[in-house]
Design a binder for this molecule. Structure first.
Ligand code: PLP
Length: 199
């Protein structure tokens, strides 16, 4: 276990020992040993500051460590840290009401999931159940998640190792061409158009 004063290299090595990293050649992974974050910045264990234009995985969009979010997490942990999906809770009612106020009229019932892959797979299940149809249209230049159904929907190369995937997925071309690929990117032409990705 790395100490609290571990260097960035020590922390990264300790994490690499017992953790897989997604979408990566495991030996080549070089994780940033992040130790704290505030606003638009995060810092690594060696004190280097990073400007976080991606909000990590697009998950802290109002900034790192916003005191309102921290206080709400703490208060909820004190009040009720977990409730199963069959329970009715005050926050569940509040969140549904708040979301219904900003969604288009008629779109006012929600199914909460734990992430993007989960959301996409449930959307497929709901659409199939409601329409009775099976086909799902998806773009070649797309990423829909890492779980089995979501990666089947994914258009890019991350799907390939997981084929054949779920049935009923129909891929459509994007409004792009090889001309849109930056130099140094690889291209492939699966049907009638090209997909580019970082070599
Ligand atoms: C467009 C898009 N869809 C789906 C996902 C999958 O989300 P998750 O990693 O939460 O399963 C991502 C994740 O980066 C995404 O960017």
């Amino acid at each position: 276990m790395p100490s609290e004063s571990a260097t960035g290299a020590e922390l990264a090595a300790a994490v690499k020992s017992h953790n897989f990293f997604s979408w990566s050649a495991q030996d080549a992974v070089n994780p940033i040993p992040v130790v704290r974050a505030e606003g638009v910045y995060f810092w690594d264990a060696d004190g280097k500051r990073y400007f976080d234009l991606n909000s990590q995985s697009m998950c802290v969009n109002i900034g790192h460590g916003d005191p309102r979010v921290v206080a709400a997490i703490k208060a909820q942990a004190d009040e009720l840290i977990y409730a199963g999906p069959g329970m009715a809770t005050r926050v569940r009612a509040e969140l549904g009401e708040a979301l219904a106020q900003v969604t288009p009229s008629g779109l006012d019932k929600f199914f909460w999931t734990l992430g993007g892959s989960d959301a996409n797979e449930n959307a497929v299940k709901l659409a199939r159940a409601v329409t009775g149809r099976q086909k799902i249209l998806t773009r070649y230049l797309s990423y829909h998640g890492a779980t089995y159904g979501a990666v089947s929907l994914t258009g890019d190369h991350r799907r390939w190792a997981n084929e054949p995937g779920i049935p009923g997925v129909v891929r459509i071309a994007d409004p792009t061409s090889t001309a849109a690929c930056s130099s140094g990117m690889a291209t492939v032409t699966p049907i009638s158009h090209s997909v580019c990705w970082q070599k």
